[in-house]
Ligand binder design. Structure first.
Ligand code: CUA
Length: 160
């Protein structure tokens, strides 16, 4: 079969691009553990208060992981537990959150943290928090009459 020179270039480019994309996705998925936001971690939403780690919401220092803190959040109409968390600026934090009743949001204003918390599912996000200050956490999914009052606060503090 005769292939024109330009066809060969184009085939080589196309195959090469495919290989590069698959390698990038493969490294993300298998090496860095990236997964779709629709994570498959589930929980019985009626038992959230009894199931670890949600039986003790709050900020925990952890060792031997890729992050230094875990912020365990339980949302329910119309508040978050914990109400406030104080984190050392520059820390790598894994946020682990779920809801006890209806769909709530978990948006940290001024950052790109923005999760939907669905009953029966666990939402997780790992990030490094690099700006000092007080960051409002608010619910951006309409959840009932108290929706607009639903908030908490993340304080990022320096180490002096
Ligand atoms: Cu919770 Cu809106």
């Amino acid at each position: 079969m005769h292939l024109h020179r330009y066809e060969k270039w184009w085939l080589t480019f196309g195959t090469g691009a495919l290989v590069v994309f698959l390698v990038v996705i493969g490294i993300g998925a298998f090496h860095q553990g990236d997964q779709p936001p629709s994570s498959v971690k589930t929980i019985n939403y009626e038992q959230v208060d009894k199931i670890a780690p949600f039986n003790e919401p709050g900020l925990k220092k952890v060792a031997g992981k890729e992050w230094e803190y875990e912020l365990v959040v339980v949302a329910s109409a119309f508040y978050y537990a914990p109400v406030e968390a104080e984190i050392l600026v520059g820390s790598r934090v894994k946020i682990i959150a779920t809801t006890k009743d209806v769909v709530h949001g978990f948006e940290v204003a001024g950052t790109n943290i923005n999760m939907m918390l669905e009953p029966g599912y666990i939402s997780e996000y790992v990030t490094t928090l690099n700006k000092t200050g007080e960051f409002l956490v608010l619910c951006n999914e309409y959840c009932g009459t108290g929706h607009h009052t639903m908030k908490s606060m993340i304080k990022l503090v320096g180490d002096e």
